[in-house]
Design a protein. Structure first.
Ligand code: AMP
Ligand code: ZN
Length: 468
């Protein structure tokens, strides 16, 4: 398998630490609001990565955090706590907000066929682990205490910026606008490990610690949660591109100082989904959620299909026109598959006929997750006259183990409001004819319904119908 590694800025052969096994960490959601479909693009990418690794024969152990404390408005530790802001907005407690949006996040994942990672931890459940980790960093001399807060001193590191591939001074200039001046930091790029003072006044959740009652920084949570589930060495760590700095840069600083060696071998980042005005936002413009697109008549898998048709590292601009095309293409694809399904049951699959396609499929996913090529391959399979229907269905089913588009699940036939009124009118006329013992008329109405592909069943609760 070849994967693009942000750390080396190259596509590299993937070599796991332990043969056949992959330890994978993915940064989870900050549960102060619904996820937007941009966030969910990143989780689709990670889902495809996990399923591709498994398809290629690896055993994957994956962990993810749920951020319910410590993530500030700005990723660089400044501004208001996102959770607190969400709680104020909805006049609820931080824990109520966290509970509600965690559940909403997993419901969205279900609708997009994103598998839940094996190991998930809430940030607020791991405070003892952060304290232990910070104590070690302190003992090793990489922290300082200033105005009630513990900061990580990045000047102690030789290669703080290895993930961003910039010089420290250039990075400082590049992120100047994002970093609010904190006069208690020695260097504006230093970051908080434990806060007791600044921005803290009305923090709802606080814990005792050797540095005073307070709360952890955002970055320490992923380092500690990864340690708990995956141990000392990790194969792959992922997130969206915005996580490269400061979040993943700071995770590396903490974890490599803590362990005293290189921590993660492959860093993978998905490109952003933007809206037409630029950056996707939860507060400005249309807040694009799964619920919103569903209310407009799309379903989650239309969006998943849209995402899979472009490469995960490319930026993607969302528009309803592209979502319309994705929906139309997916319906067309599923309709073709349904036609094939009908005669696939009686035929046999010959291994020599499908081998070439399976190899191609494996090569595409092993080529830094080229899902767009897999989609094209499925259309080729459908057209291939040398394959019988059973072979086509077998192949599509294999590919859907990674794409997860429910390609073999039959579509419910849609009935328009107008058609529904006609059907119900005919059914009530038929019932009336039966009541009048006019069986000729009743049968002729049934015949009409059959022609419309409507199957009816008389039950104690009345006449039921369905489109077949
Ligand atoms: P958050 O809930 O803000 O911590 O973000 C959750 C995940 O979504 C992280 O991996 C981010 O890198 C990612 N993300 C944030 N915005 C976008 C976007 N517009 N497109 C794709 N991924 C994003
Ligand atoms: Zn993280």
């Amino acid at each position: 398998m070849r994967l693009y590694n942000t750390l080396t800025r190259n596509i590299e052969e993937f070599i796991p630490i332990e043969e056949g096994k992959v330890k994978m960490y993915t940064c989870g959601p900050t549960v102060y609001h619904y996820a937007h479909i941009g966030n969910l693009r990143t989780y689709i990418f990670e889902d495809v990565l996990e399923k591709s690794l498994k398809y290629l024969g690896y055993v994957v152990n994956r962990a993810m955090n749920i951020t319910d404390v410590g993530h500030m408005d700005s990723d660089a530790d400044t501004g208001e706590d996102k959770m607190l802001k969400g709680a104020k907005r909805e006049k609820k407690t931080v824990l109520e907000i966290a509970e509600m949006y965690t559940q909403a996040f997993f419901e969205d994942c279900d609708k997009l066929n994103i598998r839940k990672p094996d190991n998930i931890a809430k940030a607020t459940d791991m405070v003892d682990e952060y304290i232990e980790m910070i104590k070690v960093l302190e003992k090793k001399g990489y922290t300082y205490f200033s105005n009630g807060n513990v900061y990580f001193d990045i000047s102690k590191l030789e290669n703080y910026t290895k993930l961003t591939n910039q010089k420290v001074d250039d990075l400082k200039v590049a992120v100047r606008d994002d970093i609010e001046e904190d006069k208690f930091k020695k260097n504006p790029l230093d970051f908080g490990l434990w806060f007791t003072k600044s921005k803290f006044d009305n923090q709802e959740l606080k814990w005792d610690s050797p540095w005073g009652v307070g709360y952890p920084g955002w970055h320490i949570e992923c380092s500690a949660i990864a340690n708990k589930f995956l141990g000392e060495y990790i194969d792959i760590h992922c997130g969206g591109v915005d996580n490269i700095f400061p979040h993943h840069t700071n995770e590396i600083a903490q974890s490599e100082t803590y362990w005293g060696h290189k921590w993660v071998n492959y860093w993978m980042h998905s490109g952003h989904l933007n809206d037409q005005t630029g950056k996707m936002s939860k507060s400005k413009g249309e807040f694009l959620t799964v619920e919103l697109i569903e209310s407009k008549g799309y379903n989650g898998l239309d969006y998943r299909f849209l995402v899979l048709q472009s490469h995960y590292r490319k930026q993607l601009v969302f528009s309803y026109e592209t979502l319309d095309s994705a929906r139309a293409a997916l319906i067309k694809l599923k309709t073709k598959i349904q036609e094939i399904l009908e005669d696939a049951l009686t035929l046999n699959v010959k291994h020599e006929n499908i081998k070439e396609y399976i190899d191609k499929f494996k090569n595409y996913i092993a080529d830094d997750l080229n899902t767009a090529n897999v989609v094209t391959l499925i259309f080729d399979i459908i057209k291939d006259e040398n394959l019988n229907s059973a072979e086509k269905i077998y192949l599509i089913n294999e590919m859907d183990k990674v794409l997860s588009l429910d390609l073999l699940i039959l579509e419910e036939k849609e009935v328009s409001e107008e058609e529904k009124n006609i059907i119900e009118d005919l059914i009530s006329k038929r019932n009336q004819a039966k009541a009048n013992k006019d069986y000729v008329l009743a049968d002729s109405i049934r015949g009409k319904l059959v022609d419309m592909k409507i199957e009816i069943k008389d039950t104690r609760e009345g006449t039921m119908w369905e489109k077949v």
